[in-house]
Structures are given as C-alpha cells and as structure tokens.
Design a protein around this ligand. Structure first.
Ligand SMILES: [Zn+2]
Ligand SMILES: [Zn+2]
Length: 319
C-alpha cells in the first residue's frame, strides 16, 4: 500500500519519513541522498552523503573539505538500505552522474526523478526508464506550452553569424553539453571556456565523458573581432559583459525569461518539457504522481480522474 506521507517537505527539504533521510536537503542533515551536484540539490556539510561517484567528485571539487563528512558512493542500480528503505540510483540524463532515486519499502516502489531529461546528451549517462508505483517528478517545465526545440538545431544557429559569440551557461552540465554540441555541429567554430569551467571539464575527462575540444580564455583573443569563437561563460560573467562590443550575446537555457535582451535565442534545456514528462509517466506506469519544483496544475488537469496527482511544492501546496 502506498504510504501517503512516505515523503514530505519540511524546513530542511524533502524528507523520507520511514527511512529518516532527506533527498537533496536544502540545509545540512545527518543522512542526505543526493540526486546530482547542482547547488540547489547538493549542499555542503551533510554528515552521511549517499550519491554516485561523479556527484561526489563535483561536490568535493566545489566544497573541498566541507563537502560532507562521509561519502557513500554507489554504482548504477547497486542497492543499499537506510533504515529499512532499499535505495538504488538510476541514470537521469540531466548531467554527468545525475540519478533518479528508486526507493522500495514494503513492496512499493517510489521513484524520485531529481532533475532529468530525455533529450540526447553525449556528456552524461542516458536516462533509464524504470517502473514505479509512485513517481515523484520535477515539474519545472510541466506546461503544455513548453516544448524544447532540438538542441542540434538551436546550436546550428551559430553558423549564421560571423562574429564571436559570448555564450552564457551554467558551468556544470550545460557548459560541457554545449562544448560537445558546438564541436559536432559548428566545426568552423573554436570553443573557449572560462577558467571556472575548466576544472569541471577535468572531472568529465576522468569519468570518460570528455566534452571535446576547447581552449581556456585569454583576454586578448576575445578582443579580436571575427575570430569565429564561442566563449562559454558562467551567468555572473555573462551579465558583466552586458555592453561587450562586436560579439553576439546568447544564453543557453530553457527559460524564456533568460533569452530576453540577448542577440539570439538558444533554447537548450537540461530539463524535461511537457511531452517528455508525459513520456516519463507513461514509461513508469505509476498509480500516483507527486510533483516538485514548479507547477503540477497542468498535469492535474491533463490526467483528471485517471491519475492521482499530488503537489509536494514548497509553495502552492494543495491536495
Ligand atoms: Zn539540476
Ligand atoms: Zn534542479
């Protein structure tokens, strides 16, 4: 039988009541199961951390000695138990090492997706579908209006410009995916990266997911016009270049609001769009869907009485 309060949100994050652990806690806790290394999912200072090897490597790179007291690292599908809850990690296709967390308790399978995507990405493990009784999914873009275009066609827009391109992107995951896409679809372009991205690329190399060819930025090269370069920078650096001359400014994201004020749109997202969420639901074949991050109302309307949809969101919680 599905336990309705098996997972709920309290001040520290998403809590598993039967296992007494947190999924991607927002503040340090005793037992933290971490889906992936993005800052809004992986905080520093947890006592016991349970995650994949790549997630541990990224957290230790970012947080150094404060990353966490003890890391327990598991391979894909290798199971372990916390207070009677059997747990295993399934590839989520979001960034390198990103995991869905499958929890089995009293014969019921609860699947927490973390962040995930179905689109192709050569810089991380491909998402695997598994069956679940309860699917706990992010709903960042769970809106029928949101359809992410094909990433290859977005990146090939660069071929229409003769200027250097300043491309804003999150350093972990997105930057490596972009390097790989530009190498493949814009072979005339050379890729230059901000130094903060370089250290993460080295971890990708170590795990056998080298993003491709790139150089590290030096001040002079960007000033030369028409060098056919794409300079990938993290968001803060991107914003500091607001008045840069002779460059095409673009920001790679699924968020429309991050596309304004730029010279072109680059709608490349590492999250599922509406159709891909529906695909995930049909593959998992759950009895219930519990939603997190974003808005579960569209799913609720879509499934009507055929599926129980419960929102676990911090805000606008209902039913
Ligand atoms: Zn993420
Ligand atoms: Zn996230």
């Amino acid at each position: 039988m599905i336990i309705e309060d098996f997972l709920f949100i309290n001040e520290q994050g998403l809590y598993c009541s039967r296992g007494d652990f947190y999924l991607d806690p927002q503040t340090p806790v005793a037992h933290a199961v971490i889906s992936h290394a993005h800052g809004d999912h992986a905080v520093r200072g947890n006592n016991f951390v349970y995650c994949t090897a790549a997630t541990a490597a990224f957290m230790q790179h970012r947080y150094q000695k404060q990353a966490g007291n003890q890391f327990n690292i598991y391979n894909w599908s290798e199971s372990f138990v916390i207070n009677g809850v059997k747990i295993s990690f399934i590839p989520a296709g979001h960034i390198l090492g990103s995991a869905q967390v499958l929890m089995e308790y009293e014969g019921v399978r609860y699947l927490y997706t973390g962040d995930y995507k179905l689109q192709e990405d050569s810089t991380c493990e491909r998402l695997e579908f598994v069956k679940a009784d309860v699917l706990i999914t992010e709903t960042t873009f769970a809106d029928p209006e949101v359809r992410h275009p094909d990433a290859a066609s977005e990146i090939m827009k660069f071929n229409a410009f003769n200027h250097n391109i300043l491309l804003g992107a999150y350093s972990l995951g997105k930057a490596q995916r972009l390097i790989s896409l530009i190498n493949r679809y814009c072979p005339e372009r050379s890729v230059v990266v901000h130094h903060s991205i370089f250290g993460l690329n080295k971890i990708y190399d170590a795990f056998g997911y080298s993003p491709g060819k790139y150089e590290i930025y030096n001040r002079k090269s960007m000033k030369l016009p028409d060098q056919n370069m794409v300079y990938i920078v993290p968001p803060l650096t991107f914003n500091s270049y607001i008045h840069a001359k002779n460059v095409v400014r673009a920001f790679a994201s699924g968020w429309m609001r991050l596309q304004v004020n730029n010279d072109m749109q680059v709608l490349i997202s590492d999250h599922v769009d509406w159709n891909d969420i529906l695909k995930m639901v049909s593959e998992a074949e759950p009895h219930e869907v519990w939603t997190l991050h974003g808005n579960g109302n569209h799913l609720k309307r879509y499934f009507k009485d055929s599926m129980k949809i419960k929102m676990l969101n911090y805000a606008d919680r209902e039913g």
